[in-house]
Design a protein around this ligand. Structure first.
Ligand code: ARG
Length: 579
């Protein structure tokens, strides 16, 4: 409980309860950081409405209880009934010591542990991972890390596209070129070449087309040899995906694979249950459900097709089976789908049907964590120079290459192996941070220069701030373990400002989780790094006027470095100790 905003909320809840007679649990004092003071409470406004009292008078009455005197040096009722709060330095120093002693640096554990199933990354077998997969993979992974950090049970699900009609032509192409050659092409990452070659034959050659059709039937009927070939395709592709995950530093492993094919056996049951619930309709020969509230452009009810005219199941059927599986087998409380914004309607319809069927019931919830597009500098979809979609592996290569060059230029004296290592961490960090630091709903422009800049809201800037603190300790020849508990005195305004930022780590993580928006944590981290820069310019650390001040500033620097490192880790980004 190191965040003063949280401590003050509890105090004010008690004060407002005393003056209104309402129960403390029902009161939200709405405490926020403020430009005028350290914090502001806006709670009196809503409470006044609720109790029919004057908001200023209510705010003053809460102040007059004297409850804030222990933690605030100045309290002022302003405007229509805001309370402006200035904390005492002693209170802040106490909170800093608490944060510093806490292995979670002041971030509270969730009051109730819930089970989150996070559906992310989900590339398609035998297809290249491209820049679109960057967003779901990076955002999903960061949410997983934050949810685990606050103490939830988190299950990762990689819903890869490993089933469907294209597998007929893919398997026949594999048979044509031979298993060894296919394995080679797929494992070196020429997934697009493989897929394209299969597609071209399918278009050009009628006998191939016929073989491919036949293969789909065999696959659906579970012909052992066909299944063996299919498994080969899946295994080579996932081996390649794993390599991308490893390079990106993403948590996903084979354990998390839960492809579309895994639900095949459940699909007839899904239809049966929908039929028994009286939800199935017929539309143009297909079996459908009409969830209320969804209409097409003509205003006609929009069906969710669960079985097509020829009896095949589709993406929606699988997603319904998926909802059932995640709730019944995995006991999920929250289903997160980190999927691009264009699938919003599909997912909303799936959720609606799952609710109609009674599978998805409060308090269990399903959330589409949607995200926008990655754009080129021309503000059109990000493409390579030759106009093709950009392979994720190529982006990783280029990020690492560019960052390593920058690290070499900045640190010519550094050991080459260390340069490579730091270059990798900075390059991958830059790539991830550029994605995470913009509001996920928005599109963002992919820009190498900006994401790799050592100035501005970038990973290199944050990593550099962290490395700089590590270097202070190296030069001071002080063991960081020994400074954390020393008393921090906040004399200079920049020390105080930095301290306040450090104490908001808890709010930052929780705000980010509340909206499933990692960019909120990024904004916080940038504020911390800037506050540190201002402090470091104003307050000499190693050449502090006296030993007590030196120790206090070292302690403040150490806590800053730990929060930067932990915050970056929650974003899936490394923090080298020199760069
Ligand atoms: N593989 C799908 C695609 O490429 C995304 C899967 C998203 N997850 C889900 N449960 N629908 O569009």
């Amino acid at each position: 409980m190191a965040d003063p905003l949280h401590t003050i909320s509890i105090t004010l809840r008690g004060a407002f309860a005393a003056v209104t007679g309402l129960a403390a649990e029902d009161i939200d004092p709405v405490v926020r950081p403020s430009d005028r003071a350290d914090a502001q409470s806006n709670g009196a406004l809503a409470l006044a409405k609720q109790t029919g009292r004057n908001p200023r008078e209510l705010a003053q009455a809460a102040v007059d209880t004297g409850a804030l005197a222990a933690t605030c040096s100045a309290v002022e009722v302003a405007g229509p009934g805001f309370i402006n709060l200035t904390f005492t330095n002693e209170f802040l120093a106490e909170q800093l010591a608490a944060a510093s002693h806490d292995d979670h640096l002041g971030v509270r554990r969730a009051p109730i542990e819930r089970t989150y199933v996070v559906d992310y990354s989900h590339p398609n077998v035998a297809k290249e991972m491209h820049v679109g997969h960057l967003r779901t993979t990076i955002i999903g992974d960061s949410l997983v890390r934050m949810l685990m950090f606050v103490g939830h049970r988190v299950l990762r699900e990689n819903h890869i596209g490993d089933w469907g009609r294209p597998f007929g032509m893919l398997i026949e192409h594999l048979v044509d070129i031979g298993e060894a050659e296919a394995a080679h092409e797929l494992s070196v990452g020429d997934l697009n070449g493989f897929y394209r070659a299969a597609g071209e034959k399918f278009e050009a050659d009628d006998s191939f087309k016929e073989r491919a059709r036949q293969r789909v039937v065999e696959l659906q009927h579970g012909d052992p040899e066909t299944l063996r070939l299919w498994r080969l395709l899946v295994a080579e592709s996932t081996r390649y995906f794993n390599e991308v995950y490893r390079r990106l530093g993403v948590l996903l492993t084979d354990e998390d694979l839960m492809g579309e094919s895994e639900y095949n056996d459940e699909l007839p049951g899904v239809i049966e249950r929908l039929r028994n619930a009286g939800l199935l309709d017929e539309s143009d020969g297909a079996e459908v459900v009409f969830p209320p509230g969804f209409t097409n452009r003509e205003g006609e009810p929009l069906p969710l097709i669960v079985r097509n005219r020829v009896g095949g199941y589709n993406y929606a059927t699988t997603d319904l089976a998926c909802v059932v599986d995640r709730i019944d087998r995995l006991h999920a409380d929250v289903l997160l789908y980190v999927v691009g914004a264009p699938q919003a309607q599909h997912l909303e319809m799936v959720f609606a049907v799952a609710r109609m069927a009674g599978w998805l019931r409060p308090p269990t919830e399903a959330v589409h964590v949607a995200f926008g597009n990655v754009l080129g500098k021309d503000r059109k979809m990000f493409k390579s120079r030759s106009g093709e979609t950009v392979k994720l592996s190529a982006l990783i290569d280029e990020a690492v290459e560019r960052a390593t060059a920058a690290v070499r230029a900045k640190n010519p004296e550094m050991d080459e192996a260390v340069q490579d290592d730091v270059g990798r961490t900075v390059g991958i960090g830059a790539l991830k941070y550029a994605d995470l630091s913009t509001d996920r709903i928005k599109d963002y422009v992919f820009d190498w220069e900006r994401m790799l800049a050592f100035e501005g809201n970038t990973a290199p800037y944050l990593q550099y701030a962290h490395a700089r603190i590590c270097s202070i300790f190296r030069r001071a020849a002080v063991d960081r373990q020994t400074v954390t508990s020393s008393a921090i005195a906040l004399a200079d305004p920049t020390e105080r400002a930095l301290a306040l930022h450090l104490l908001h780590f808890d709010s930052a993580v929780n705000d980010a989780l509340e909206r499933y928006s990692p960019h909120r944590l990024c904004t916080y981290m940038f504020d911390v790094a800037q506050a540190f820069t201002a402090f470091y310019e104003a307050c000499p650390v190693l050449k502090a006027p006296d030993e007590a001040t030196r120790l206090s500033r070292l302690a403040l620097s150490d806590l800053t470095a730990r929060i930067l490192e932990q915050g970056l880790l929650l974003l899936g980004i490394g923090a080298p100790d020199r760069m």
